[in-house]
Design a protein around this ligand. Structure first.
Ligand code: KG4
Ligand code: ZN
Length: 343
């Protein structure tokens, strides 16, 4: 197949070193993801200094593998895309330095991509011809945001978490329950065997019609609940606790997203980010949106968690608007989504 455009994409914002070759913004020719999860597991979370070192070790082999799996030559690349924030500064700098060097050496443009915009574009890999306007729920370890997207390159945050992100709460509670890292998939496994009606945990709906989230109350409720049971020497069913806790997170994610879709009269919702790989969330979201006549687009789990293919897809649309970055581009650890706008 003849492609008109090929982008080398790099993602190193947290604990995955990833490189991809994406053609014409929709064909993933390769998407190599080298995860550091094993290294961080014994610390119960990502250790920033270790993450940077591991990125340095992995970046060259990962990029080589991306070229070889795509059967792509260096001279076929039309642009280099790289995540420049938000994320861990040391981790971001590894990918960014590599990306700049690659763009300079290959004599092609550099396209800096906001990690959140990247997550959102995983939805466009799933369905490149999706209709605008749409709403996206970006739900990951660092973010829980509802975003209005009227066209490519325009992102308006309608609501976001006021404290912890959904993935962060799953990770923290899982840790308190003695489950492994990352917590989301562990909670999902236990929850599948539990009764989601056994215990009642709080849901924070906030002000009427608000699309913001708050998960810290739920987190405290869970931590207290676990602590009290321990003090009373009460044996809890881990499966039931996981099921009820997961249900509390899902209820709020689903209802707020439905509200966002209805308020803005959109017919499509994209759900992206690591937590979007949760099967129960996918099922409940699809069912509820279906009742409102709204279609759900969710990428495959590999494209939900951090990966470079989504960065390459986002870069394709930015490149079409000739929005290039210069070689002075710096890492921005707390980059906001509004900075992702380019139209
Ligand atoms: O998007 P991601 O890979 O990295 C960030 O940008 O944060 O998301 C990681 C988060 C973690 O909190 C992890 O526990 C959660 O996604 N996660 C899940 C599942 N898989 C990953 N949460 C619930 N269910 C899952 N199956
Ligand atoms: Zn992410």
């Amino acid at each position: 197949m003849m492609y008109r455009n090929k982008i080398l994409a790099i993602e190193t914002s947290c604990d995955e070193t990833s490189a991809a070759i994406v053609a014409d913004g929709r064909y993933v020719l390769s998407n190599i993801i080298s995860s550091q999860i094993n290294v961080h597991q014994k610390f119960g979370g990502v250790v920033p200094e270790i993450a940077s070192r591991k990125h340095v070790e992995a970046i060259v082999p990962v990029v080589h593998q991306a070229f070889s799996e795509a059967s792509c030559g260096y001279n076929e690349i039309d642009g280099v895309a790289v995540t420049y924030g938000p994320g861990l500064v040391g981790a971001l700098l590894v990918g960014l330095s590599f990306g700049k060097a690659a763009a300079y050496a290959l004599g092609v443009p550099l396209i800096g991509i906001n990690h959140l915009v990247g997550h959102l574009y995983a939805g466009f890999l799933e369905d490149p011809d999706v209709e605008f306007p749409l709403i996206a729920l970006v739900v990951s370890g660092g973010h829980t945001s509802i975003i209005y997207v009227p066209q490519h390159g325009c992102f308006t945050v309608l609501g976001e978490t006021r404290d912890d992100a959904a993935g962060e709460v799953l990770d923290k509670v899982a840790r308190a329950m003695g489950l492994g890292y990352p917590g989301g998939p562990e909670i999902e496994k236990k929850a599948a065997l539990g009764n989601p009606k056994k215990y009642e945990f709080p849901r924070a709906w906030l002000e009427k019609n608000s699309l913001d989230f708050s998960f810290s109350g739920l987190k405290s409720a869970l931590l207290n609940f676990l602590h009290n049971a321990e003090q009373r020497n009460e044996k809890l069913s881990v499966n039931d606790v996981a099921a009820c806790f997961q249900e509390a997170v899902i209820d709020v994610l689903v209802e707020k997203t439905v509200l966002g879709a209805v308020q803005n009269n959109v017919k499509t919702v994209m759900m992206v980010g690591g937590v979007a790989s949760n099967k129960r969330l996918r099922l409940r979201m699809r069912e509820r949106l279906g009742e409102e006549g709204v279609r759900l687009v969710v990428p495959s789990p590999e494209l939900c968690t951090d990966n470079a293919a989504m960065i390459g897809c986002a870069a394709y649309y930015k490149m079409r608007c000739e929005k290039f970055s210069d070689l002075f581009l710096n890492a921005v650890p707390n980059l906001g989504l509004d900075v992702g706008n380019y139209q």
